[in-house]
Structure formats: structure tokens, C-alpha cells
Design a protein. Structure first.
Length: 274
């Protein structure tokens, strides 16, 4: 599963034949077909049947196909994992809600697919470094709405600033060398809010973002990928280093450039070349 440049993840409810059909041509980096919150309790079984029938068509070499199963505490997880055995060759990763190191171990023992750990509880945030280090985990995703709900249950009714938790998730993902996916912007029609969220999340170091509507994809892709200005700066840095004999520091745009700066510039150019 390639997650390094997973900038846009589009959530699609597994119970909607219409939405699944529209997703076939989606330009998202990955589709996340949802068996959990996006599907009513009474529709879980039908959603599994529908996904089984469409998984092969949804699979596309140009993007990833992720499946969000139900949480480990749910009575539906066993049926989800049994269904996955039938379609595993088409699925790139399982998205595991309420992820902790312990729940990742349980699922990894039953399924060989890579795991995207959805961090959305206080316990999950506290243990995120351990979760990210699990061999099965290839990306972290922040479930901001569930996390805020848990804070509210503990009396934090006004909790709106989750930057502390987000920072821990980004840091754990970076330490493990895996992707970090920011939570969604629920206000689908509010373009300014989406741009603000993207700017803040990208600045924190998230590598991509979960989208809940196709209209959000372009904004998210632009916010998390390299801008033309970044690419131009990176090219100036690499060119200056190549012209400088030895391994010493050089100056670009009035700022000192040493090895860490050069490494960042090369990463920017590598994605631009993609």
C-alpha cells in the first residue's frame, strides 16, 4: 500500500450503490469505503454484500482502496473480517476505528492487510506512538469528531481546539515513517472553513486529509501537495548545492542551507515529479 503521497482520501458509504458508482472515477488518492459510521445498524449486512460485488471495479492501480470496518467493540467486526477474506486481493488497507496498539494486534492476527489506524479516543491519542510502531500500521488518521465527543462526555463541552492531539498523531507518524491523515471538515458547503482547516493541518505536518464530499478534493490536494513556490525554492536549493563543492552549507535566498534543508527540498521535488 502506497501512503507516502496519499493527499486526498474520499469517504464513501458502503451502503450506497449510487455513491459507490460515482466513486469509480474519483481522482482521490484513496477511496475509503465505510462500513462503520456511514452505514446504519440495520444496513450493515446489505452493505457488506454490496461492497463484495463492487470491490473489483472500485480497485484501481491509480489510487488506493481502503475499507473502514466496524470498531473492535462492535458486534459487526467479525462479519466484516469474514467478508474481507473474499475481497482482500482488491483492498489495499483496513481502516480500524478506535485504534490502540492492542486492537491493532487483534486485527492484524486475523487479517494480513495493512492497517490505517483511526485515532479517535483519549486512549488512542495517549498510545499513538506505540500504535504507529506496529508493523501492520501503514498510516494514522485522526477521528476528530469522535475525539471531541469523548471530551464532551468528560465535561469538555467547549472543546474545539484539538491541536495538541493532532500534533501527537503527526509526530508519531513521522517517527514511524508513515502517512498521517487529518480529520474531515464537516461543513461541506463552507469553502473558507475548508481552506482554513487545510492550511492549519498541512502546517502541522499532516500528509493528507479525509474528505467527505468530492467537492473538497481539489482544495485538499492543492493544500497538502507542493505549491509552485515550494517547487521553485526547492529547485534553487538543489541547484545551489550541486554547484557547491564539498558538503558545506550554502546560502539560498539569504538563508543558510545545510543537509536537513537540502533533504526537504529533494522530497518536495520528488513529489513534484510524481
Amino acid at each position: 500500500m502506497t501512503t507516502a503521497f496519499t493527499r486526498t482520501v474520499l469517504a464513501v458509504p458502503a451502503s450506497s450503490e449510487r455513491f459507490l458508482a460515482k466513486a469509480l472515477n474519483s481522482p482521490a488518492s484513496a477511496l475509503m469505503v465505510d462500513l462503520e459510521d456511514g452505514v446504519a445498524e440495520t444496513a450493515k449486512a446489505a452493505a457488506r454484500i454490496l461492497f463484495t460485488g463492487t470491490a473489483e471495479r472500485l480497485a484501481d492501480a491509480r489510487r488506493g482502496l481502503w475499507l473502514r470496518v466496524n470498531a473492535p467493540t462492535s458486534p459487526h467486526l467479525d462479519a466484516d473480517l469474514a467478508m474481507v477474506e473474499e475481497v482482500a486481493r482488491h483492498v489495499d488497507a483496513l481502516v480500524l476505528p478506535k485504534a490502540t496498539p492492542e486492537t491493532v494486534d487483534v486485527v492484524a492476527a486475523r487479517c494480513d492487510l495493512p492497517v490505517v489506524a483511526l485515532i479517535e479516543t483519549a486512549e488512542g491519542v495517549e498510545k499513538v506512538w506505540e500504535t504507529a510502531a506496529r508493523p501492520a500500521v501503514r498510516a494514522l488518521m485522526f477521528g476528530e469528531l469522535d475525539y471531541q465527543a469523548e471530551l464532551a462526555r468528560s465535561g469538555g463541552l467547549h472543546a474545539d481546539d484539538t491541536l495538541w492531539a493532532q500534533g501527537r498523531i503527526v509526530n508519531a507518524a513521522a517517527g514511524a515513517g508513515i502517512a498521517s491523515i487529518a480529520g474531515p471538515t464537516a461543513a461541506v458547503q463552507d469553502t473558507r472553513r475548508l481552506e482554513t482547516d487545510c492550511s492549519r493541518q498541512a502546517a502541522l505536518g499532516f500528509t493528507g486529509k479525509l474528505c467527505i464530499h468530492p467537492s473538497q478534493l481539489d482544495t485538499v490536494k492543492s493544500a497538502f501537495g507542493p505549491t509552485p513556490e515550494m517547487v521553485a525554492w526547492a529547485r534553487r536549493v538543489v541547484d545551489a548545492v550541486q554547484e557547491q563543492p564539498g558538503d558545506g552549507a550554502v546560502t539560498v535566498d539569504g538563508a543558510m542551507v545545510d543537509r536537513p534543508v537540502t533533504d526537504r527540498a529533494r522530497h518536495i521535488l520528488a513529489e513534484s515529479d510524481q
